[in-house]
Write a protein that binds this ligand. Structure first.
Ligand SMILES: NC(=O)C1=CN([C@@H]2O[C@H](COP(=O)(O)OP(=O)(O)OC[C@H]3O[C@@H](n4cnc5c(N)ncnc54)[C@H](OP(=O)(O)O)[C@@H]3O)[C@@H](O)[C@H]2O)C=CC1
Ligand SMILES: O=C(O)C1=N[C@H](C(=O)O)C[C@H](O)C1
Length: 265
């Protein structure tokens, strides 16, 4: 039996890749898409989708009622992605969320709702296996190198900063690292923001430039040595094997999983 999927944000950079993934995977069926600008049309009328037949909705409730999907893949923007995830849970549809920028309190609320409804949910700040390994290796290294700074680099159309990946990396590092305020105790910024964002004393720096896709470098400094871990996504195809695993796995969950590292063997 196939897994019935709805995609929110199909015209976006990630949404277009996700449509291809679902169409090219025999066990998945694209039953609808949510596009706030094209409700009532068919996807094959929209530029770039001439061979994909599937109804387009601009209201998520109507989409769920009409298509009875198993899974919602959300690839939109932070505020909307949060509302979509909540709506899916209330309709018994399992969310797989790539959208980043949710607050800690939103994540907490969604986890509680997922558990209350027993509807599996995966929120993955990064679907690329290489990025997940970089995060895991960073957490391992932080035990030995408590002085660490994260540099994330993205295209200039990105809305949230720091990136979801950088925030998740900092959280994973903080579970291994002795708490520490880095840099000189008396350091002063002569231009505000020069030292980046402060996450429990470690710094996160966000670069936004045309020409970039998604990149992150985690730098550890020790006595007379440096360790640098870096991951580069040069193409959004890098995220799709992770999306596939999430769609398959969420079918067997009854709680919220935050991070792809928690479902990989
Ligand atoms: N987890 C992961 O591995 C990855 C996550 N991401 C995240 O995925 C999200 C999407 O990224 P990306 O594809 O690059 O972004 P895009 O801006 O290319 O796509 C976002 C899409 O969402 C649509 N959208 C905006 N507002 C709404 C709304 N109110 N209702 C419905 N749809 C809406 C946009 O439509 P329109 O433009 O017409 O408003 C657009 O089609 C981001 O949060 C990004 O950080 C990105 C890459 C990898
Ligand atoms: O917006 C993007 O492009 C990306 N967003 C995710 C994030 O915020 O970490 C994942 C990846 O870095 C690409």
């Amino acid at each position: 039996m196939s897994i019935k999927v709805v995609i929110a944000g199909p015209r976006g950079r990630m949404g277009r890749e996700a449509v291809k993934l679902i169409m090219n995977t025999a066990e998945f069926e694209l039953v609808g898409v949510l596009d706030h600008r094209n409700g009532g049309r068919d996807l094959n009328e929209i530029e770039g989708f001439s061979s994909v037949q599937c109804p387009v909705y601009d209201q998520l409730e109507e989409c769920f009622t009409s298509t009875s999907p198993d899974v919602l893949i959300d690839l939109t923007i932070p505020e909307t992605g949060y509302i979509h995830t909540k709506t899916a849970l209330l309709h018994g549809v399992r969310p797989v969320v790539g959208t980043t920028g949710f607050t800690a309190s939103q994540l907490k609320e969604l986890k509680a709702l997922s558990e209350e409804k027993k509807v599996g949910t995966i929120i993955a700040p990064n679907f690329a296996i290489g990025a997940v390994l970089m995060m895991k290796f960073s957490a391992m290294a932080a035990k030995y190198f408590p002085d660490v700074e994260i540099l994330e680099l993205h295209h200039d159309k990105k809305l949230d900063a720091p990136s979801g990946t950088a925030v998740k990396t900092a959280q994973m590092i903080s579970q291994q690292r002795e708490q520490k305020k880095q840099g000189h105790p008396d350091e002063k910024e002569t231009i505000q923001g020069a030292r980046g964002a402060d996450y429990e004393g470690m710094r996160i720096h966000s670069v936004r430039l045309p020409g970039l896709v998604a990149h992150q470098q985690v730098m550890f400094g020790g006595e007379g040595q440096m360790l640098t871990l870096r991951h580069d996504s040069h193409d959004r195809a890098s995220f799709m094997s992770g999306v596939k695993v999430c769609v398959e796995t969420v079918m067997n969950l009854e709680t919220l999983v935050y991070g792809l590292e928690n479902i990989l063997d």
